[in-house]
Design a protein around this ligand. Structure first.
Ligand code: SF4
Length: 655
């Protein structure tokens, strides 16, 4: 196969030129390839792409894969004076692209690159920073179109090419119901993701367009002139394209200095993969530049420091390991007068514990005691699962509105009894769940005046967003909207309100008063929970017994009696309770699971959102739907139980 620089390889090369050497090689595992279908579900890109094509009913698709046949077919179609082509293929030297949509009118070409990203502006000027550079949030997208415009123009020098980004228009309102249910995802040949179109997708059936075309020619001119950013590519945009293409064609590695974003490099092999003989691109880069051996990767690297913004500066000065850091590298490590850890104090605490191999937790008992005095029983612990869907569910709704589809609710009573008190999950397809979600949450929380706990800002943000949606909704559609708005105001804070029962953020308490080396640089509950279990004999004793279940001492709505949360592996280490969760497809026959492409357990990042997208945008049997719903309910229940366990640990430690 020829080694052409394609759109996706150009993007990889821009991200980090060294990656071009590893991409597509079976010996270098690539984590970004693991879950292409899940990503498609989570991002909605395929569905937006299919919707965009529906806006061009006369378009003809070049569906063939590979290089020569698509090029040939495109050439044939372009012999027509006017044509609209989907996936047209163009080649210039060792550059090859497939354009999402091409509109040919004589020698004028409109090139449309379709993205599922949302846009709330009106034209390209809304993609510029105050200094007149392309905003960093848009640069990758505009570079992508600029690359395509370059290839098409070079391949057809007589044409005038106008380039557009076609984006989800945040200012638009769907004028028909059920738009998002017309585009369902499926895999074919075991790997390729396609969209199955269901129902009427004529212009009438689609209603008002919810995508916007933004002409980006002026931005592309900035790129070609090297004035698009304060730090454009040194060799210039066009020379850079050809440099990347030539190096890729020759399969030659581009050596660039290792950098802070290596932390999220997709070419990091797992220890298991390395044992199987696979190679880690990440280690290869670092070993080549630092002369490290395998053992060095066991030492704490600076990019694992929580919220540390000087990583690149430190790497530029030749410091890569926490062992080589001094206090000054963190900055001014000032203390708070109220005893709360500041950001820099917490960072230095993490570094010291990592360097000293200190496995003991830090806990500020007096600080927590003072906070505990302000809490009112019964205590409520809530967690939301949400999603943002590119194509609106209903008439009158916008692209990428927040969808709150699930919550879980645990209670700790004044006698310290614990109960999984309630939950909500919207399983139905094409239903806008937000108002019922708040109605159900209100019913759960309005029974008393106890303190409400969330973990991080998400719950507050989501409720504020739903408040705006309620405000815009006609009273005829939501008769109780004022009650729901009053309820939201009472338990949240926002620009113009501060609720009398504003939720307490447990994450803030973690950041101020607690750190365990096992958490590393993360304060996510999924890292905090095992750390807390390790720290607390009380929790270990309590949760190693079968006390959790539908009729057990701690009442559950989703776990059968006899469930034990604290289990140890063969080496005596506590197993993270999230790893005890059943597979999402528990209860389905193996061959059904096979057909249903599930590769991951539900505890993986964004899994709830992806599972919800799967329920919305794929065809499935009732058995499959029930299994996903059951997995989601168990997952969210553990989130609020984890918050309860954190509270219990602190309560026992401070009493
Ligand atoms: S380890 Fe760093 S330099 Fe090497 S490919 Fe990955 S991101 Fe690029």
């Amino acid at each position: 196969m020829p080694r052409y620089l394609t759109k996706s390889r150009f993007k990889i090369g821009l991200d980090c030129p060294a990656k071009l050497f590893y991409t597509g090689k079976i010996q270098y595992p690539d984590t970004s390839e693991d879950d292409a279908f899940l990503e498609a579900l989570a991002e909605g890109g395929y569905q937006v792409g299919a919707l965009a094509k529906c806006y061009y009913p006369d378009g003809i698709e070049v569906s063939e894969r590979g290089y020569d046949i698509p090029l040939q077919k495109t050439r044939e179609l372009l012999t027509n004076k006017n044509a609209t082509i989907f996936e047209a293929a163009f080649k210039y030297k060792n550059l090859f692209i497939r354009a999402d949509i091409i509109e040919k009118k004589g020698s004028n070409i409109n090139l449309f690159e379709v993205k599922s990203k949302s846009f709330a502006g009106s034209d390209h000027r809304d993609m510029l920073s105050k200094k007149g550079f392309i905003d960093s949030g848009w640069i990758d997208y505009v570079y992508d179109v600029a690359f395509q415009k370059y290839v098409i123009t070079k391949a057809n020098p007589d044409w005038t090419v106008n380039a557009f980004l076609m984006l989800a228009d945040k200012n638009s309102l769907a004028s028909v119901d059920g738009l998002n249910q017309k585009f369902l995802l499926k895999t074919v040949e075991g790997e390729r993701t396609i969209v199955e179109i269901v129902g009427d997708v004529s212009p009438d059936g689609l209603g008002e367009e919810v995508l916007i075309r933004v002409c980006v020619d002026e931005l592309i001119d900035l790129i070609f002139n090297g004035t698009d950013s304060p730090n454009p590519p040194e060799r210039g945009f066009v020379n850079n394209i050809h440099f990347l293409a030539d190096m890729y064609e020759r399969d030659q590695k581009i050596v660039i200095p290792i950098h802070k974003d290596c932390k999220v490099c997709e070419f990091q092999a797992t220890p298991e993969q390395e044992q199987e003989g696979k190679l880690s691109g990440f280690k290869e880069c670092w070993k080549a530049q630092l002369g490290w051996d395998d053992e060095m990767f066991d030492l704490p690297i600076i990019f694992d420091i929580w919220d540390y913004r000087k990583k690149q500066d430190l790497m530029d000065s030749g410091i890569f390991l926490m062992h080589d850091m001094e206090e000054d590298h963190i900055g001014d490590i000032n203390s708070c007068s109220d005893g709360r850890l500041t950001r820099t104090e917490r960072q230095w605490l993490q570094v010291r514990k990592a360097v000293d191999n200190d496995t003991t937790p830090y806990i500020n008992i007096e600080g927590l005691k003072a906070e505990f005095k302000t809490f009112v029983y019964p205590l409520h612990f809530i967690d939301f699962e949400t999603s943002m869907v590119a194509i609106p569910f209903f008439r009158g709704r916008r692209p990428y509105e927040q969808i709150a589809f699930q919550f879980s609710h645990h209670v700790v009573n004044a006698d310290l009894s614990i109960e999984h008190k309630g939950h909500y999950l919207c399983e139905e397809k094409g239903t806008f769940p937000n108002f019922e979600f708040v109605r159900r949450l209100k019913a759960e929380l309005e029974q008393d005046n106890g303190s409400i706990f969330r973990y991080a800002a998400h719950e507050n943000t989501v409720l504020n967003q739903i408040m705006v949606q309620l405000d815009e909704a006609p009273i005829g559609d939501v008769p109780d909207k004022n009650d729901l708005i009053d309820f939201i105001k009472s338990i949240t804070h926002g620009n113009n309100h501060a609720g009398t029962r504003d939720m307490v953020d447990l994450l803030k308490l973690v950041k101020w008063y607690y750190y365990h080396p096992r958490m590393g640089g993360s304060n996510s509950l999924k890292y905090v929970l095992p750390a807390v279990l390790m720290s607390s004999d009380y929790l270990q004793e309590k949760y190693s017994k079968p006390i959790y279940g539908k009729n057990s001492a701690i009442k559950s709505l989703n776990y059968d009696d006899g469930w034990v949360w604290l289990k140890k592996d063969a080496d005596g280490n506590i197993i993270n309770p999230y790893e005890l969760l059943p597979r999402l497809f528990e209860g389905i026959e193996d061959d059904q699971i096979e057909q249903f492409l599930m590769k991951s357990n539900i505890q993986e990042g964004g899994a709830a959102m992806t599972a919800y997208a799967r329920m919305q945008f794929t065809q499935m049997s009732d058995v499959e739907r029930d299994a996903i719903a059951s997995g989601l309910l168990k997952y969210c229940e553990l989130d609020t139980l984890a918050m309860v366990m954190l509270w219990e640990y602190w309560y026992e430690t401070t009493k």
